[in-house]
Design a protein around this ligand. Structure first.
Ligand SMILES: Cc1cc2nc3c(=O)[nH]c(=O)nc-3n(C[C@H](O)[C@H](O)[C@H](O)COP(=O)(O)OP(=O)(O)OC[C@H]3O[C@@H](n4cnc5c(N)ncnc54)[C@H](O)[C@@H]3O)c2cc1C
Ligand SMILES: NC(=O)c1ccc[n+]([C@@H]2O[C@H](COP(=O)([O-])OP(=O)(O)OC[C@H]3O[C@@H](n4cnc5c(N)ncnc54)[C@H](O)[C@@H]3O)[C@@H](O)[C@H]2O)c1
Ligand code: SF4
Ligand code: FES
Length: 804
């Protein structure tokens, strides 16, 4: 038997050994040295451990029994210090000598630690292995103030973990944008806004020059002279290949250990794979390319006909709950590229595909990554895009089963392990697989970051044919975290008495424990709608603008739009607005389409003080709730007016403000059919006539322009209020989250709505539930002013200047 020795017991190396065992189980006597005192574990999941989603036992990929079963001699906690390439022998730090016929170096990387004064103080660490992870968790029990240096993938995942551990977190980033290597400025600012709303504070364009403190870190100093406090510092500013043992042994090393297309180093019978290897001047830092390298190396070493490794295009995702992003290929335009772009600022969805000569060369998706697998296939396979529709038109979760059926067999499902839909289907069909674990075991899909598991489950369900419930196939699931539809969710919440977002996801077995930006706000809404007054709103499950109670702008600043009931204001309020605008240097003061005044370009940390000085309620210009009630001057001043439109508008706005609704709701009140308030294109519009009011519903003046339909005519203002309450409550109880009234009425039918509301008892019951719900709302700006915890969590800026 030939002797195969491997230095490094990490993800890329052990995967290579797995491939070798698959191809040629009897050929080698295998010895592995691992510096860390553990069997091979899933390094990717260290982020999940920090975030509290999993524990150390669950991340072991190959338990000690696996090594035994495969006759692998494993020396853990032992470092190879030297390679005698002449004698073909490795020597460990414990003096152990083992001869080899073939040697694989798979030593991975180390965290890059800034070479600055103080970097060796207690409380300063990288984030690379179990030991780092344990140290961070332990520190969080004792200390409260963490700084992460580096706003890349690792830094942001670590920062999320630190927040979950109850620490305050500042992220120090060198560049003007987060994840600048993967995201363009728009996607990056959407990401920043989401993470800020989760509680992270960003110190951008800051270069750390010193770590302060005596024995233990107490803070950081930046090049501009400012400082920040810290009792834990996590450096996440990149990695450097672990090449020491190769270099000392005369193997050619550049940034990494230089290999050819078969992972061969400059020395015969010595190979390198993983993050320690440099192939065509690239060192990869994701598992997908490393596993590809492992496959090629396994074929080469086993003597098969290895296809040369030609390099990889990698796709990136961030493992932070509430963030849905994907990036691959080129990010920035040049003279030869063209962009295809969708930007729905309101929903926080941004998609940009960069093309050159009809080929996709770059992808950035934020907020909705449904298209990622298809686009990534088109990019990697260099498919011509002429005449092809690039994005799916439906933005919210379409049926998982429909998606699977239309997915081509060569589409990549598991990016980490390079597994296509076709390979999964074939494995299920030929090997009689029935569980996700079996599919993972057989195909490797889902064995690394785990993000593809919901998709693998859907493919499993779809492929299992006769066991597959065709009714379930038709239904539209809330999102890809579950196969449950809106109706099922609402029924389950009621039947099982579920009371929190977390509980819903646990009990109803969500595929993804943390949910996503589609399901979390929806569950929060349905819980609030069902439990009326007693539900405690889960602010962190809301969409970013609602979480902040301000609308995030393109450049990361916010807008402040105070309430002006019925579009009516006073000289005193106007003075306050002018003073605040002046004091805070507000760049834009603008009259909005909803008859009020917006202050645009406000800094996050100025929000609470401005609200306090304004002393006006929030206009909810950002919420899924009643936005504005636009009124005409009406009978009080206009000679055509037959009714008091301003009085009705103000009463409506005062009654229904803050109400959570499936989507935004706008109203208009005109005192005669000339309709100066454009009530005909509002969700609910009221038009004064002689002796009463006409009520129009389901109008829309936005993207899906639609005139309202006449719901009914009533005589008095009191009747208007009752009918509106009943109508709104029926919409709240039966619409899908994020369904505008215009779409809802088209779906359920105007006649049906009329029929329901024609019954007096039903109207009464709906109004009772509405009134019970309305009781719970409190004014959010005032709450923020009164509550330091809220200010600190959502609006604080933690940097301090020297001498402050
Ligand atoms: C927190 C975190 C999250 C990540 N998330 C993702 C993700 O979501 N997706 C993704 O694709 N990638 C992710 N990565 C990167 C991914 O984990 C790495 O690309 C992968 O682990 C590299 O595998 P490797 O085998 O080359 O190196 P490693 O896994 O680092 O293994 C190398 C091993 O060799 C040992 N070793 C080194 N020198 C010696 C020696 N002289 N003698 C004996 N043993 C030695 C080391 O101790 C180590 O155990 C993440 C990384 C981290 C740290
Ligand atoms: N979800 C994932 O795929 C995932 C998650 C974690 C880690 N990883 C991998 O782990 C490795 C390490 O990740 P990483 O984020 O540390 O590396 P990185 O190189 O991807 O990002 C480092 C970031 O730190 C910034 N930076 C550099 N010097 C700085 C300084 N002095 N001060 C402040 N910021 C500075 C850079 O601008 C960059 O954005 C990478 O290979 C990464 O791919 C991947
Ligand atoms: S809608 Fe009629 S009442 Fe109102 S301002 Fe216009 S014309 Fe006058
Ligand atoms: S995509 Fe990461 S395990 Fe499948």
């Amino acid at each position: 038997m030939r002797k195969l020795v491997m230095i490094g017991n990490g993800m890329a190396g052990v995967r290579t050994i797995e491939e070798i065992l698959k191809q040629s189980p009897e050929q080698f006597e295998i010895t592995i040295f691992g510096q860390e005192p553990y069997p091979n574990y899933n390094r990717i999941k260290l982020s999940n451990i920090l975030q509290g989603d999993t524990n150390f036992d669950e991340i072991i990929i190959n338990p000690l029994d696996w090594y035994k079963e495969n006759n692998i001699q494993l020396f853990t906690g032992e470092t190879v210090a030297n390679i005698d390439v002449e004698a073909k022998r490795v020597i460990s730090n414990q003096g152990r000598e083992v001869d080899y016929d073939e040697l694989i170096i798979a030593t991975g990387s180390n965290s890059f630690i800034l070479p600055i004064p103080g970097a060796d103080k207690k409380g300063v660490t990288g984030f690379r292995d179990i030991q780092d992870c344990e140290m961070i968790i332990k520190s969080a029990e004792q200390y409260k103030k963490a700084v992460v240096i580096g706003g890349g993938l690792l830094g942001l995942e670590a920062a999320r973990g630190l927040l979950n551990l109850g620490m305050k977190v500042d992220v120090v980033h060198l560049m003007p944008h987060l994840m600048e290597r993967q995201l363009d400025p728009i996607a990056s600012s959407l990401l920043r806004a989401e993470l800020e709303s989760q509680g992270m504070n960003f110190l951008m364009e800051k270069e750390t020059v010193e770590i302060l403190g005596d024995e233990r870190v107490t803070g950081l100093r930046f090049k501009d002279g400012s400082e920040v406090e810290a009792d834990l510092v996590v450096m996440a500013i990149g990695i450097k290949s672990n090449t020491a043992v190769a270099k000392n042994s005369g193997i050619y090393v550049n940034r990494g250990i230089v290999v050819n297309d078969f992972m061969e180093t400059s020395v015969p019978n010595v190979y390198a794979v993983g993050e320690c290897a440099e192939h065509r001047e690239i060192v990869y830092g994701f598992v997908a390319p490393l596993y590809e390298q492992g496959k090629v190396l396994a074929e080469r070493i086993c003597g098969g006909e290895a296809k040369p490794y030609a390099g990889s295009v990698t796709g990136t995702q961030l493992k932070v709950a509430g963030v849905d992003l994907f990036s691959a290929g080129e990010i920035f335009e040049d003279g030869s590229t063209k962009s295809i772009m969708i930007y729905n600022e309101y929903e926080g969805i941004y998609k940009r595909v960069l093309t050159r000569n009809n080929l996709i060369v770059g992808i950035v998706l934020y907020g909705d990554t449904k298209d990622s697998t298809k686009l990534f296939r088109m990019l990697t396979k260099k498919e011509d895009i002429s005449g092809v529709s690039i994005f799916q038109t439906e933005c919210s979760g379409s049926g998982a089963s429909d998606d699977i059926a239309s997915m081509p067999n060569d589409e990549l499902v598991c990016g980490c392990n390079g597994v296509t839909k076709g390979a999964i289907v074939e494995a299920i069909q030929t090997q009689g697989l029935t569980t996700l674990d079996q599919v993972s075991h057989c195909t490797n899909a889902g064995r690394s970051c785990g993000r593809c598991k919901p998709m693998v489950s859907s493919i499993l369900a779809h492929t299992l044919g006769d066991q597959f419930d065709s009714a379930a196939a038709q239904k539209t699931s809330i999102c890809s975290c579950t196969t449950i539809s809106r109706e099922e969710l609402v029924a389950e919440i009621k039947a099982k008495g579920l009371t929190s977002v977390k509980e819903v996801m646990n009990v109803l077995e969500w595929n993804n424990e943390e949910g996503c930006t589609k399901c979390r706000p929806a569950i929060n809404y349905y819980l609030g709608m069902i439990h009326m007054d007693e539900y405690k709103d889960d602010r962190d499950s809301r969409l970013v603008n609602e979480k902040m109670h301000a609308n995030i702008q393109k450049d990361g600043t916010y807008s402040v739009v105070p309430r002006m009931y019925g579009g009516v204001t006073t000289a005193a309020d106007l003075k306050k607005i002018a003073e605040v605008a002046e004091k805070y240097n507000v760049p834009l003061v603008k009259l909005t389409g909803g008859q009020r005044i917006g202050l645009f370009g406000v800094k996050k940390e100025d929000l609470p003080a401005m609200w306090e000085e304004l002393d006006m309620p929030s206009g909810y210009a950002y919420g899924k709730t009643l936005r504005t009630v636009k009124t005409c001057v009406g009978a009080q001043f206009c000679r055509y007016g037959t009714q008091d439109s301003m009085a009705l508008g103000i009463e409506l706005e005062k009654k229904f403000e803050r109400l959570d609704t499936p989507h935004k709701v706008k109203m208009g009140v005109s005192a005669c059919p000339r309709n100066c308030s454009e009530a005909g294109i509002k969700d609910i519009g009221f038009v004064g006539i002689d002796g009463g009011w006409e009520i129009y519903v389901a109008g829309n003046g936005g993207v899906d322009l639609r005139p309202g339909d006449l719901l009914c005519t009533v005589k008095t203002q009191a009747e208007v209020m009752k009918m509106t309450g009943a109508y709104l409550q029926y919409y709240r109880e039966t619409a899908n989250y994020l369904e505008r009234t215009s779409k809802w009425v088209e779906r359920v039918g105007l006649d049906h709505v009329k029929e329901v509301l024609a019954d007096e008892e039903t109207r009464k019951a709906l109004n009772e539930r509405m009134n019970q719900t309305l009781k719970k709302y409190i004014e959010p700006w005032n709450e923020a002013i009164q509550n330091e915890e809220i200010q600190d969590k959502y609006y604080a800026q933690h940097t301090i200047k020297v001498g402050e």
